[in-house]
Design a protein. Structure first.
Length: 166
């Protein structure tokens, strides 16, 4: 099955780019990043700022933008049966030059899992822009690390988002 990802979600003042690999089936059906009810991404993000998690997707995106977080996926398209990154084939990278033109203040890329990281390293966009790239533990429920361990690793998101603030 050919999968196509979503447009990036970012404000022009974004500082951190969180890159998944390709939205899973639940996310593609919902038309939302990290829509699977057991994906830890949104609970982690809100908890990093001690904010109550909202179920409203527009409010989630507004929260991310307000904290200088951009969301996208490393792949624009791929072939995949199911939702597992291990099943991705023929992944074509997104137009990162277009994103960087829109949000030139991005300085850190957090790859949500190994597949995202592999695509980023292969396409070389981060090196072209001198961006810091970190491979993060996947927030997917398929990655069985306990929530608190994932949250501890993802604290770098808040640090990077607040980097440069007075």
């Amino acid at each position: 099955m050919r999968c196509e990802g979503f447009p990036f979600e970012a404000g022009a003042d974004a500082r951190v780019l969180v890159l998944g690999s390709m939205p899973g089936i639940a996310s593609l059906r919902a038309g939302q990043y990290y829509a699977h009810p057991r994906n830890a991404f949104w609970p982690i993000v809100f908890s990093l700022w001690d904010a109550p998690l909202t179920a409203d997707y527009a409010q989630r995106l507004a929260f991310a933008r307000a904290h200088h977080i951009a969301l996208w996926d490393a792949a624009h398209t791929c072939e995949r049966e199911g939702s597992l990154d291990a099943d991705m084939r023929r992944a074509e990278p997104n137009d990162f030059d277009g994103l960087m033109a829109f949000a030139p203040g991005i300085h850190t890329v957090l790859c949500n899992g190994a597949a995202s990281h592999a695509i980023v390293m292969r396409c070389g966009f981060a090196a072209r822009y001198g961006l810091r790239v970190l491979r993060m533990p996947s927030t997917s429920p398929a990655h069985t690390m306990p929530f608190e361990q994932k949250r501890a690793a993802w604290r770098v998101l808040r640090e990077a988002a607040e980097e440069g603030e007075a």
